[in-house]
Ligand binder design. Structure first.
Ligand code: TUI
Length: 315
Protein backbone atom coordinates (compact mmCIF):
# COMPACT_ATOMS: atom_id res chain seq x y z
CA UNK A 1 0.00 0.00 0.00
CA UNK A 2 1.22 3.52 -0.90
CA UNK A 3 4.43 2.03 -2.43
CA UNK A 4 4.37 4.60 -5.24
CA UNK A 5 3.68 7.51 -2.97
CA UNK A 6 6.33 10.24 -2.97
CA UNK A 7 5.62 11.28 0.63
CA UNK A 8 5.63 7.84 2.26
CA UNK A 9 8.88 7.14 0.39
CA UNK A 10 10.49 10.49 1.27
CA UNK A 11 9.65 10.31 4.97
CA UNK A 12 9.65 6.53 5.53
CA UNK A 13 6.12 6.50 6.94
CA UNK A 14 3.33 3.97 6.36
CA UNK A 15 0.44 6.30 5.49
CA UNK A 16 0.51 9.71 3.72
CA UNK A 17 -1.31 11.37 6.62
CA UNK A 18 0.16 14.27 8.62
CA UNK A 19 -1.21 15.61 11.88
CA UNK A 20 -1.27 19.41 11.77
CA UNK A 21 1.19 20.89 14.28
CA UNK A 22 -1.26 22.70 16.51
CA UNK A 23 -0.11 25.13 19.24
CA UNK A 24 -0.88 23.84 22.79
CA UNK A 25 -2.69 20.77 21.37
CA UNK A 26 -0.05 19.14 19.18
CA UNK A 27 1.80 17.73 22.19
CA UNK A 28 3.99 14.64 22.52
CA UNK A 29 0.86 12.61 23.42
CA UNK A 30 -0.88 13.33 20.12
CA UNK A 31 2.23 13.37 17.93
CA UNK A 32 3.53 10.02 19.17
CA UNK A 33 0.07 8.43 18.79
CA UNK A 34 -0.13 9.56 15.15
CA UNK A 35 3.42 8.39 14.38
CA UNK A 36 2.77 5.04 16.10
CA UNK A 37 -0.37 4.62 13.97
CA UNK A 38 1.68 5.04 10.77
CA UNK A 39 1.08 8.73 10.04
CA UNK A 40 3.38 11.67 10.70
CA UNK A 41 2.85 13.10 14.19
CA UNK A 42 3.90 16.72 14.54
CA UNK A 43 4.65 18.67 17.72
CA UNK A 44 3.18 22.17 17.47
CA UNK A 45 5.83 24.52 18.85
CA UNK A 46 3.44 27.50 18.79
CA UNK A 47 4.83 30.07 21.23
CA UNK A 48 6.78 27.43 23.24
CA UNK A 49 10.08 28.48 24.76
CA UNK A 50 13.07 26.40 23.57
CA UNK A 51 13.44 24.26 26.72
CA UNK A 52 9.77 23.25 26.67
CA UNK A 53 10.08 22.22 23.02
CA UNK A 54 13.20 20.17 23.75
CA UNK A 55 11.34 18.31 26.52
CA UNK A 56 8.44 17.58 24.18
CA UNK A 57 10.78 16.28 21.44
CA UNK A 58 12.50 13.99 23.94
CA UNK A 59 9.13 12.60 25.08
CA UNK A 60 8.19 11.77 21.48
CA UNK A 61 11.56 10.10 20.92
CA UNK A 62 10.83 7.93 23.96
CA UNK A 63 7.28 7.08 22.92
CA UNK A 64 7.75 6.20 19.25
CA UNK A 65 10.50 4.81 17.05
CA UNK A 66 8.78 6.15 13.94
CA UNK A 67 9.55 9.46 12.18
CA UNK A 68 7.89 12.58 13.59
CA UNK A 69 7.97 16.30 12.97
CA UNK A 70 7.97 19.68 14.66
CA UNK A 71 5.94 22.62 13.38
CA UNK A 72 7.55 25.98 13.92
CA UNK A 73 5.19 28.92 14.07
CA UNK A 74 7.18 31.75 12.53
CA UNK A 75 5.33 34.49 14.45
CA UNK A 76 6.74 33.08 17.71
CA UNK A 77 9.08 35.37 19.64
CA UNK A 78 11.33 32.30 20.17
CA UNK A 79 11.64 31.32 16.51
CA UNK A 80 15.46 31.51 16.33
CA UNK A 81 15.93 29.55 19.56
CA UNK A 82 13.41 26.83 18.69
CA UNK A 83 15.02 26.43 15.24
CA UNK A 84 18.30 25.84 17.08
CA UNK A 85 16.62 23.17 19.23
CA UNK A 86 15.24 21.24 16.25
CA UNK A 87 18.70 21.34 14.64
CA UNK A 88 20.38 20.08 17.82
CA UNK A 89 17.76 17.35 18.28
CA UNK A 90 18.01 16.36 14.58
CA UNK A 91 14.23 16.34 14.18
CA UNK A 92 13.45 14.26 11.06
CA UNK A 93 10.75 16.56 9.62
CA UNK A 94 10.26 20.30 10.16
CA UNK A 95 7.11 22.04 9.02
CA UNK A 96 6.56 25.78 9.36
CA UNK A 97 3.56 28.06 9.46
CA UNK A 98 2.46 31.68 9.53
CA UNK A 99 5.39 33.07 7.58
CA UNK A 100 8.36 32.57 5.26
CA UNK A 101 11.00 30.16 6.65
CA UNK A 102 13.48 30.71 3.77
CA UNK A 103 16.41 31.86 5.94
CA UNK A 104 16.27 28.71 8.08
CA UNK A 105 16.13 26.13 5.27
CA UNK A 106 19.93 25.66 4.78
CA UNK A 107 20.67 24.86 8.46
CA UNK A 108 17.81 22.34 8.61
CA UNK A 109 18.84 20.64 5.38
CA UNK A 110 22.43 20.43 6.58
CA UNK A 111 21.48 18.13 9.45
CA UNK A 112 19.25 16.01 7.17
CA UNK A 113 15.82 17.26 8.24
CA UNK A 114 13.14 17.28 5.61
CA UNK A 115 11.76 20.81 5.36
CA UNK A 116 8.07 21.11 4.52
CA UNK A 117 6.62 24.63 4.85
CA UNK A 118 2.92 25.40 4.97
CA UNK A 119 2.01 27.80 2.18
CA UNK A 120 -1.20 29.63 1.43
CA UNK A 121 -0.17 30.91 -2.01
CA UNK A 122 1.53 29.77 -5.23
CA UNK A 123 4.13 32.56 -4.99
CA UNK A 124 5.45 31.44 -1.59
CA UNK A 125 5.40 27.78 -2.66
CA UNK A 126 7.62 28.57 -5.66
CA UNK A 127 10.00 30.70 -3.62
CA UNK A 128 10.45 28.05 -0.92
CA UNK A 129 11.00 25.23 -3.40
CA UNK A 130 13.81 27.37 -4.89
CA UNK A 131 15.23 27.70 -1.35
CA UNK A 132 15.29 23.89 -1.01
CA UNK A 133 11.94 22.83 0.50
CA UNK A 134 11.49 19.06 0.12
CA UNK A 135 7.70 19.31 -0.22
CA UNK A 136 5.02 21.91 0.58
CA UNK A 137 1.77 21.77 2.50
CA UNK A 138 -0.88 23.75 0.60
CA UNK A 139 -3.33 24.87 3.27
CA UNK A 140 -6.73 26.26 2.35
CA UNK A 141 -8.78 28.73 4.37
CA UNK A 142 -11.16 25.98 5.54
CA UNK A 143 -8.53 25.28 8.22
CA UNK A 144 -8.70 26.36 11.81
CA UNK A 145 -6.30 28.84 13.36
CA UNK A 146 -4.17 31.21 11.31
CA UNK A 147 -5.26 30.99 7.66
CA UNK A 148 -4.69 32.37 4.18
CA UNK A 149 -7.34 33.58 1.70
CA UNK A 150 -7.70 30.74 -0.82
CA UNK A 151 -9.76 27.56 -0.50
CA UNK A 152 -8.16 24.11 -0.57
CA UNK A 153 -10.08 23.24 -3.74
CA UNK A 154 -8.55 26.18 -5.62
CA UNK A 155 -5.11 26.30 -3.97
CA UNK A 156 -3.99 22.66 -4.16
CA UNK A 157 -4.08 22.15 -7.95
CA UNK A 158 -2.46 25.53 -8.55
CA UNK A 159 0.42 24.68 -6.20
CA UNK A 160 0.69 21.18 -7.73
CA UNK A 161 1.08 22.75 -11.18
CA UNK A 162 3.61 25.34 -9.98
CA UNK A 163 6.17 23.20 -8.14
CA UNK A 164 8.13 20.01 -8.84
CA UNK A 165 8.05 18.66 -5.26
CA UNK A 166 5.24 16.65 -3.65
CA UNK A 167 2.28 18.61 -2.28
CA UNK A 168 0.41 17.80 0.92
CA UNK A 169 -3.17 19.14 0.99
CA UNK A 170 -4.59 20.67 4.17
CA UNK A 171 -7.82 22.42 5.09
CA UNK A 172 -11.25 20.82 5.19
CA UNK A 173 -10.03 17.22 5.16
CA UNK A 174 -11.45 14.90 7.83
CA UNK A 175 -12.20 11.53 6.28
CA UNK A 176 -11.57 9.29 3.27
CA UNK A 177 -13.74 11.48 1.01
CA UNK A 178 -11.54 14.49 1.69
CA UNK A 179 -8.41 12.41 1.22
CA UNK A 180 -9.65 11.09 -2.13
CA UNK A 181 -10.50 14.65 -3.19
CA UNK A 182 -6.99 15.82 -2.25
CA UNK A 183 -5.42 13.03 -4.32
CA UNK A 184 -7.73 13.86 -7.21
CA UNK A 185 -6.40 17.42 -7.11
CA UNK A 186 -2.84 16.11 -7.43
CA UNK A 187 -1.75 16.07 -3.79
CA UNK A 188 0.35 13.13 -2.58
CA UNK A 189 -0.67 13.34 1.08
CA UNK A 190 -3.04 15.09 3.47
CA UNK A 191 -2.62 17.00 6.70
CA UNK A 192 -5.44 17.07 9.25
CA UNK A 193 -5.70 19.15 12.38
CA UNK A 194 -9.34 19.32 13.44
CA UNK A 195 -9.97 15.57 13.05
CA UNK A 196 -7.14 14.86 15.50
CA UNK A 197 -8.38 17.45 18.03
CA UNK A 198 -11.32 15.16 18.68
CA UNK A 199 -9.18 12.11 19.34
CA UNK A 200 -8.79 10.32 22.65
CA UNK A 201 -5.07 11.08 22.79
CA UNK A 202 -5.44 14.84 22.25
CA UNK A 203 -4.90 16.62 25.57
CA UNK A 204 -7.31 19.51 24.79
CA UNK A 205 -9.73 20.24 27.65
CA UNK A 206 -12.97 18.17 27.44
CA UNK A 207 -14.99 21.41 27.01
CA UNK A 208 -12.95 22.20 23.86
CA UNK A 209 -13.61 18.77 22.35
CA UNK A 210 -17.32 18.87 23.33
CA UNK A 211 -17.76 22.21 21.56
CA UNK A 212 -16.13 20.83 18.41
CA UNK A 213 -18.36 17.74 18.49
CA UNK A 214 -21.44 20.00 18.85
CA UNK A 215 -20.32 22.43 16.12
CA UNK A 216 -22.27 22.74 12.86
CA UNK A 217 -21.12 23.70 9.36
CA UNK A 218 -21.45 27.47 10.07
CA UNK A 219 -20.13 27.50 13.62
CA UNK A 220 -16.73 29.06 12.83
CA UNK A 221 -15.90 32.70 12.10
CA UNK A 222 -12.78 34.52 10.94
CA UNK A 223 -11.43 37.34 13.09
CA UNK A 224 -8.23 39.35 12.81
CA UNK A 225 -8.45 40.27 9.12
CA UNK A 226 -7.81 43.95 9.84
CA UNK A 227 -4.72 43.00 11.89
CA UNK A 228 -3.32 41.09 8.91
CA UNK A 229 -3.47 37.66 10.54
CA UNK A 230 -6.90 36.12 10.11
CA UNK A 231 -7.79 33.33 12.53
CA UNK A 232 -10.66 30.83 12.22
CA UNK A 233 -12.30 29.74 15.46
CA UNK A 234 -15.71 28.82 16.85
CA UNK A 235 -18.02 31.81 17.26
CA UNK A 236 -18.32 32.59 20.99
CA UNK A 237 -18.40 35.44 23.50
CA UNK A 238 -14.78 36.35 22.70
CA UNK A 239 -15.20 36.47 18.91
CA UNK A 240 -18.36 38.59 19.34
CA UNK A 241 -16.52 41.01 21.63
CA UNK A 242 -13.70 41.17 19.09
CA UNK A 243 -16.14 41.96 16.26
CA UNK A 244 -17.87 44.67 18.33
CA UNK A 245 -14.57 46.32 19.22
CA UNK A 246 -13.36 46.11 15.62
CA UNK A 247 -16.59 47.74 14.37
CA UNK A 248 -16.23 50.47 17.00
CA UNK A 249 -12.78 51.31 15.62
CA UNK A 250 -10.58 49.80 18.35
CA UNK A 251 -6.83 50.13 17.82
CA UNK A 252 -4.68 47.21 16.66
CA UNK A 253 -3.10 47.17 20.09
CA UNK A 254 -6.46 46.77 21.85
CA UNK A 255 -7.51 44.01 19.44
CA UNK A 256 -4.23 42.14 19.80
CA UNK A 257 -4.55 42.30 23.58
CA UNK A 258 -7.84 40.36 23.36
CA UNK A 259 -6.00 37.44 21.76
CA UNK A 260 -3.20 37.16 24.31
CA UNK A 261 -3.49 33.90 26.25
CA UNK A 262 -6.87 33.19 24.68
CA UNK A 263 -5.91 29.89 23.04
CA UNK A 264 -4.51 28.45 26.27
CA UNK A 265 -7.63 29.62 28.14
CA UNK A 266 -9.71 27.37 25.85
CA UNK A 267 -7.35 24.41 25.34
CA UNK A 268 -6.17 24.04 28.95
CA UNK A 269 -8.56 25.92 31.26
CA UNK A 270 -11.64 24.83 29.33
CA UNK A 271 -13.07 28.36 29.14
CA UNK A 272 -14.54 28.01 25.66
CA UNK A 273 -16.62 31.22 25.87
CA UNK A 274 -13.81 33.67 26.72
CA UNK A 275 -11.02 31.70 25.00
CA UNK A 276 -10.21 30.99 21.33
CA UNK A 277 -11.48 27.63 20.07
CA UNK A 278 -9.47 27.28 16.85
CA UNK A 279 -10.98 24.64 14.55
CA UNK A 280 -11.64 24.15 10.85
CA UNK A 281 -14.87 24.34 8.86
CA UNK A 282 -15.26 20.54 8.90
CA UNK A 283 -16.00 20.63 12.62
CA UNK A 284 -19.67 20.19 11.65
CA UNK A 285 -18.95 16.62 10.58
CA UNK A 286 -16.73 15.70 13.52
CA UNK A 287 -19.28 14.02 15.74
CA UNK A 288 -17.26 11.65 17.88
CA UNK A 289 -14.04 11.32 19.84
CA UNK A 290 -12.03 8.31 18.62
CA UNK A 291 -8.59 6.81 19.17
CA UNK A 292 -5.99 8.12 16.70
CA UNK A 293 -5.38 4.60 15.33
CA UNK A 294 -9.10 4.21 14.51
CA UNK A 295 -9.22 7.62 12.80
CA UNK A 296 -6.29 6.72 10.57
CA UNK A 297 -7.25 3.14 9.82
CA UNK A 298 -10.92 3.94 9.08
CA UNK A 299 -9.73 6.62 6.68
CA UNK A 300 -7.27 4.40 4.82
CA UNK A 301 -9.76 1.51 4.67
CA UNK A 302 -12.44 3.69 3.09
CA UNK A 303 -10.05 5.30 0.59
CA UNK A 304 -10.68 4.05 -2.97
CA UNK A 305 -7.88 1.57 -3.79
CA UNK A 306 -6.78 3.54 -6.86
CA UNK A 307 -5.26 6.15 -4.53
CA UNK A 308 -3.39 3.50 -2.52
CA UNK A 309 -1.62 2.00 -5.51
CA UNK A 310 -1.04 4.97 -7.79
CA UNK A 311 -0.97 8.71 -7.44
CA UNK A 312 -1.79 11.47 -9.87
CA UNK A 313 1.70 12.98 -10.01
CA UNK A 314 4.91 11.11 -9.25
CA UNK A 315 7.48 13.89 -8.92
O1 TUI B 1 0.18 28.44 11.08
C1 TUI B 1 -0.91 27.99 10.79
N1 TUI B 1 -1.94 27.96 11.67
C2 TUI B 1 -1.88 28.42 12.94
S1 TUI B 1 -0.53 29.06 13.71
C3 TUI B 1 -1.40 29.32 15.09
S2 TUI B 1 -0.67 29.99 16.52
C4 TUI B 1 -1.46 31.47 16.69
N2 TUI B 1 -1.86 31.76 17.91
C5 TUI B 1 -2.49 32.91 18.13
C6 TUI B 1 -2.75 33.80 17.12
C7 TUI B 1 -2.35 33.49 15.86
C8 TUI B 1 -1.69 32.30 15.63
C9 TUI B 1 -2.67 28.91 14.92
N3 TUI B 1 -2.92 28.41 13.72
N4 TUI B 1 -1.15 27.46 9.58
C10 TUI B 1 -0.17 27.52 8.57
C11 TUI B 1 -0.37 28.70 7.73
N5 TUI B 1 0.58 29.45 7.29
N6 TUI B 1 -1.56 29.15 7.30
C12 TUI B 1 -1.31 30.26 6.54
C13 TUI B 1 0.06 30.42 6.55
C14 TUI B 1 0.83 31.42 5.89
C15 TUI B 1 0.30 32.67 5.63
C16 TUI B 1 1.05 33.63 5.01
C17 TUI B 1 2.14 31.15 5.53
C18 TUI B 1 2.90 32.11 4.92
C19 TUI B 1 2.35 33.33 4.66
O2 TUI B 1 3.06 34.29 4.01
C20 TUI B 1 4.24 34.75 4.54
C21 TUI B 1 5.02 35.55 3.56
O3 TUI B 1 5.99 36.17 4.03
O4 TUI B 1 4.69 35.54 2.38
Amino acid sequence: MFENNAITNLLHIKYPIFQGGMAWIGTAELASAVSNAGGLGIIGAGHMPPDALRAEIQKVKGWTKNPFGVNIMLMSPFVKEVMQVVVEEKVPVVTTGAGNPGEYVPALKEIGSKVIPVVASVALAKRLVKSGADAVIAEGMESGGHIGEITTMALVPQVVDAVDVPVIAAGGIGDARGMAAAFALGAQAVQMGSRFVVSEECIAHPHYKELVVKAKDRSTVITGRTLGHPVRSISNKLTRKYEEMEAAGASNEELEKLGVGALHRATHEGDVENGTVMIGEISGMLNDIKPVKTIIEDMVNALPSVFKTSVAKTN
